[in-house]
Structure formats: structure tokens, C-alpha cells
Design a binder for this molecule. Structure first.
Ligand SMILES: Cc1cc2nc3c(=O)[nH]c(=O)nc-3n(C[C@H](O)[C@H](O)[C@H](O)COP(=O)(O)OP(=O)(O)OC[C@H]3O[C@@H](n4cnc5c(N)ncnc54)[C@H](O)[C@@H]3O)c2cc1C
Length: 386
């Protein structure tokens, strides 16, 4: 067992650190309050080789590991928290499912421009009546020639107002095995969007309506039986969420540490007050513990998908650490930390959302309990006996 990064990983980290310090650190505050997907950053990251890190070289990726992607996203977040979303979108999100299961033609039409920083993909899973109970989704894909017709409504999708393509979870038949997915563009006939709604974190989402939207066969990604494969891919998304959470917590922590060394009250630096020293010890403990669980999940997965249990433990720990540390760091800065010209309040808002997104903390705890007791705990009410 070795708790240090390898020589190669450290060199990669240094290279990303240099790039982010030079190109991203300066605009970090402005970017945090900017609406829309930062396409200029995506372009820069593509040129730097930071999109498609874990994807095969023949698909335009870098052939790296999940650990490399975790190192990249956290190193970028260290300099610009908002830019870490671009590393997420280009490595951890729906793109990973597309890269894994897409046809050569789908990869050419969608994966290549996403990796070039030209297009954005959004995953549309959640529905008004299917949030945590995702397998209750009712968006249907009914056969139409070689393709399908899509009918249903999706909510909450990250980047939904600006995405160039949606990866839509849909139902071909009953039960979990009836679920698969398709790719569809926002201007396809039968697709429309609702009004934009802003999350606390500052990002916007919009409802997506599919009314007899035609999906040609070449845009079907996974047919019946695809759900388990999609969710295995989605565990990568969860690690991207975890990695950003702990990185934003660390960002806030570092700011608070510097503030505590400089800020004087009652004639002495506030780091000399034991009440604050203990806060810092607690913050450090939370960040380090969460980081280790994240590394464990990512390194065990190597270039594949992380296990469900490792992912649930990492996500729960990182989400809690990220938000609790951002909150305590805000306290250390007082009113300055609560103000919008300080990135700590952004870290506080963003880390809150990740406790809900991508499988809430409660759902992660349910998954952990199943591993502890080595049995499934169905969450649905028992069926009435005949
Ligand atoms: C910032 C953000 C980004 C998102 N991005 C996307 C996206 O890109 N694509 C997408 O499809 N969706 C996205 N979502 C939606 C997200 O996946 C859902 O919000 C999440 O699955 C929870 O569903 P819900 O909001 O409907 O809450 P509900 O499922 O209604 O849950 C409400 C509460 O009940 C708890 N709860 C539910 N069931 C259980 C249970 N069995 N045991 C214990 N507690 C339970 C939940 O934890 C929660 O606290 C995003 C959400 C957020 C906040």
C-alpha cells in the first residue's frame, strides 16, 4: 500500500497545476458568477489534453486512468472552482457512457466534437415523478421503423439550456430491464424546452419535453437491458462530483487558513484562538479522510468503472467534507466570507447541490447499508398479497 502519487502522476499534476495557474486562476471569481457553459475554457482544456483523459486513444482520448482524471479535476479546481465543471463534462459525465457504449458513428458525430471542446452533452435521467426512484422513469421509446419515438418530460439536467446533445434515459418496456438510452439534439422535431430555473449554485436547468420526437436507429445508444451498464458508467460521474466537492472544500480551507494567519482581532492573529484552531483541525480531518476514500475508489477502478460501494462511500464522505468545510471556512472569514466577491460563498453553494445531485446522500447511505448487511433493502412498499 502506498499513499503517495507515483512519479508519473506527480508530473501530470505539476503540468496541470502550471496550466491552471497560468490560464485559469485570474478569472476564477468572474467565472464563478458567469452564466452558461464556459466554452472558451473547454477549448483551452481540449488543447491541453484535459478532455477525454480516460478515453481510448483511438477515440481521441488520452488513454489515462480514472486517477489521472481525478488529479486533473482537483488540480484545476485548486485554481478555478468553476473550470472544474469543464473537466467533469469532458471526462466524468455522460461522455463516459457515450465513449463506452457508443457506435463508431456516434463517437464521430458526438464524442469527437465534445473532446474538441466544441459541443456539450447533458444527461437527462430525472423526471418529475422519478428522482431518487430513477427506475420509475416513464419517458417511453416506442419502435418506429428502425428507430424509436420518444415521449416524456425530463427535469433538473445540468447544462440543459446550452447542451448540443442529450443522453436521455428512456423506457423500451416494463421494469428495470426495459430501460435504455438514446441521443437526441435539442432542435430535433418534437423536442422543446421550458423556462430556465436557477439552482442555488448558480447553474441553470430547464425542463425538456419530448412529444413524439423521432430518434433514428443511429442515435439509439442502449436498447433494453442497458440500465445496469449506464449506471455503472454513472458511478464515474459520481466520482467527478465527489472530487469537485472535496476540492472546493479544500479551496475554501486554504483561503480560511491564509485569512486566519493575517486577520487580527483583539490585537492578535485569529489563528491564535484555540476556538479556531480546533475548527481547522476538524476541517483538515474531514478533507483528508474524504480524499483517501476518493483515491481508493478511483485507483481500484483504474481505467474501468468504480465499484458501487467504493463510489457510495467516497461520494458521501466528499460531499459532507466539501460542504461542511466550506461552511466552517466561511465562518472563519466572517462577513467577508459571506460576500459574493469571495469564492468561499460559491464553494458553499456548489457543494450543497452535490449532496442531492447524482444520487443523494441518503441514497448513498442506503447503498452502503446494503454492502454492510450483504442484502438488498427494497425501498418500495411490499406488494399486497393476492
Ligand atoms: C445540482 C444538481 C444537478 C443535477 N444534475 C442532473 C442531471 O444532469 N441530470 C439529471 O437527470 N438529474 C440531475 N439532477 C437531479 C438529481 O439527480 C435528483 O435531484 C436526485 O436524484 C434526487 O431526486 P429528487 O430531487 O427528485 O428528490 P427525491 O427523490 O424526491 O427525494 C427527496 C428527499 O427524499 C430522500 N429520499 C428519497 N428516497 C429515499 C430513500 N429510499 N431513503 C432515504 N431517503 C430518501 C432524498 O434523499 C431527498 O432528500 C441534479 C440535481 C442537482 C441538485
Amino acid at each position: 500500500m502506498d499513499f503517495d502519487l507515483t512519479e508519473e502522476q506527480r508530473m501530470f499534476q505539476d503540468a496541470v497545476d502550471g496550466f491552471a495557474a497560468r490560464h485559469l486562476a485570474d478569472g476564477a471569481l468572474a467565472r464563478a458568477h458567469q452564466q452558461g457553459y464556459p466554452r472558451d475554457v473547454a477549448k483551452m482544456m481540449s488543447e491541453q489534453g484535459l478532455l477525454g483523459i480516460t478515453m481510448k486513444e483511438e477515440d481521441g482520448g488520452m488513454g489515462g486512468t480514472l486517477m489521472d482524471a481525478v488529479i486533473a479535476i482537483q488540480t484545476v479546481a485548486k485554481h478555478c472552482p468553476r473550470s472544474a465543471d469543464v473537466v467533469q463534462a469532458g471526462n466524468f459525465g455522460a461522455i463516459r457512457v457515450l465513449a463506452e457504449y457508443g457506435t463508431e458513428d456516434q463517437k464521430k458525430r458526438y464524442l469527437a466534437p465534445i473532446l474538441a471542446g466544441e459541443k456539450v452533452i447533458s444527461v437527462a435521467m430525472s423526471e418529475p415523478e422519478a428522482g431518487s426512484a430513477l427506475t420509475d422513469l416513464t419517458t417511453t421509446a416506442t419502435p418506429d421503423g428502425d428507430g424509436v419515438r420518444l415521449n416524456g418530460t425530463k427535469v433538473f439536467s445540468t447544462h440543459s439550456p446550452e447542451a448540443d446533445v442529450f443522453l436521455v434515459y428512456c423506457r423500451y418496456g416494463p421494469g428495470v430491464n426495459g430501460i435504455g438510452s438514446v441521443l437526441i439534439e435539442p432542435d430535433a422535431p418534437g423536442v422543446s424546452k421550458g423556462k430556465h430555473v436557477m439552482y442555488l449554485g448558480g447553474e441553470e436547468w430547464c425542463q425538456l419535453y419530448f412529444e413524439d420526437a423521432a430518434v433514428p436507429a443511429e442515435n439509439v445508444l442502449l436498447r433494453e437491458g442497458g440500465f445496469k451498464r449506464q449506471i455503472a458508467g454513472f458511478n464515474v460521474e459520481r466520482l467527478g462530483n465527489s472530487a469537485r466537492a472535496v476540492a472546493l472544500g479544500r479551496y475554501a480551507f486554504e483561503m480560511a487558513r491564509e485569512h486566519a494567519l493575517e486577520r487580527k482581532q483583539f490585537g492578535r492573529p485569529i489563528c491564535e484562538f484555540q476556538g479556531l484552531q480546533w475548527k481547522f483541525a476538524d476541517m483538515k480531518l474531514k478533507l483528508e479522510a474524504a480524499q483517501l476514500l476518493l483515491y481508493k475508489a478511483a485507483s481500484a477502478a483504474d481505467a474501468g468503472f468504480p465499484s458501487a460501494e467504493d463510489t457510495a462511500l467516497a461520494k458521501l464522505a466528499c460531499n459532507r467534507a466539501g460542504h461542511e468545510v466550506s461552511s466552517e471556512a466561511m465562518q472563519v472569514l466572517g462577513a467577508a466570507g459571506y460576500s459574493q466577491d469571495c469564492l468561499i460563498e460559491y464553494c458553499f453553494r456548489r457543494t450543497r447541490g452535490w449532496m442531492i445531485a447524482g444520487g443523494s446522500s441518503e441514497i448513498m447511505m442506503n447503498r452502503i447499508a446494503e454492502s454492510i448487511f450483504e442484502r438488498r433493502f427494497p425501498q418500495r412498499p411490499p406488494k399486497p398479497s393476492a
